[in-house]
Design a binder for this molecule. Sequence first.
Ligand code: PMP
Ligand code: GLN
Length: 387
Amino acid sequence: LAARLQGFGTTVFAEMSALAVATGSVNLGQGFPDTPGPAEVLDVARAAIGTPLDQYPPGPGLPVLREAVSAHVQRFRGLAYDADTEVLVTAGATEALAGAMLGLLDPGDEVVVLEPLYDSYAAGVAMAGGVVVPVPLRPPPAPPGEVSTAPWTLDPAELRAAITPRTKLVLLNTPHNPTGKVLDRAELELVADVVREHDLLAVTDEVYEHLVFAGAEHVSLAQLPGMRERTLVVGSGGKTFSTTGWKVGWVCGPAELVACVRTAKQFLTYVNAGPFQPAVAAGLGLPDAYFAGIAAELEGKRDRLVTGLAAAGLPVVSPQATYFATVRVDGDALAFCRELPHRVGVVAVPSSVFYTPQHADLGRDLVRFAFCKRDEVLDEAVRRLTA
Ligand code: PMP
Ligand code: GLN
């Protein structure tokens, strides 16, 4: 294995999903829904297969999808992006993020990232020769058997202290995986201040933008004054349309920055997901009620799972958004998650793997459970955990 990929053996998602299959466990590990997406989206994909849409789409993505991405970001964030020059379709958010790192970083450039950090960030930065500088989010206290609804916190001093003369960009993720935190206005203003003051770039991963629960509101960093021109906004159809296997993502930003990602993308995948692109375009055009509906449905699942986990005696932090709830366990989270399928037949993901070695202590006992599953699956998991 190349030096730059040392330590990136197998992703925890692959390990835990394989363990779920091998042990016949209820899989609350990898975040993917177990019900199909909306018929309006699926039908378009079905109709596209067997047509010329099966062949290479244009490099930047099909115009119908780029226009739909542009209209969607205008509708929900009030931001205007030119569909031809300021929108790029990618193979999921994963490629958008890796492409942004490859297109923007020089060796040794530092990337400030909230920690815990989604696992592809560290690998994406490393493949580009960059260096991750983590800024920890801290969980609220959660007594055993209780559900905490307080948000995870970000210390402004720690964010400011992370900036050095080598800092190139801030890689933000809100709503945040694995914590489920939604950055509030004050936190976004803080990030924006730091980015502007130090003349940095920002990349913001907003794949959970529509999975936000009552009491929280998603705002894009690009909506803050002076930020649109220095920010790449990354999105994906995977979560919003329950089609995580389609890998249709996108990036919006000023033309010069999008061009950097496009240069990298050309030689990573060139193009992707021909027949799925018009389907995701149809999804992005669904009425507001669709987007509100998926959040409301998921909120019920969140409550079902966190109540169940607390009843099983675990200290639970209820998320403001996303697919994921966090619990604190006795001892090491990775060992706990490797044993849990054998002990009770449930798979979860150790949030400890989303921490850098220097902050291993902060995450060593944190475990993430996904609730994007049918109610009976959640109930069965809770039954097994309680037994
Ligand atoms: N970013 C975050 C925070 C995620 O949780 C995920 C995957 N669930 C991705 C990016 C990857 O998205 P995609 O499947 O569109 O590549
Ligand atoms: N993003 C999903 C999660 O966090 C799954 C990602 C993956 O399997 N790479 O669980």
